[in-house]
Design a protein around this ligand. Structure first.
Ligand code: SF4
Length: 72
């Protein structure tokens, strides 16, 4: 599965990093970053994970106030 973060729409609230520090951190620019991720052509963070390792990622998607974290 793929965790994707639309960084350009992040408001830097920190909620994702608070509930799921395994995958999310606030970067030096004040916006969320998926740890170990790569950039897609639109500048979004993308990280491929195994479903059994998704851990807290869904919680992060749920708490994001602007709903820019997807897990598919
Ligand atoms: S919860 Fe959403 S808006 Fe807040 S820092 Fe994370 S990605 Fe950005």
């Amino acid at each position: 599965m793929i965790i994707k973060l639309h960084r350009s729409k992040c408001i830097g609230c920190g909620s994702c990093a608070a509930v799921c520090p395994d995958f999310f951190e606030i970067a030096d620019d004040g916006l969320s970053h998926i740890k170990g991720s790569q950039k897609d052509s639109e500048g979004n963070d993308v990280l491929e994970i195994k479903e059994e390792n998704k851990g807290c990622a869904a919680e992060a998607a749920e708490v994001c106030p602007v709903q820019i974290i997807s897990i598919n």
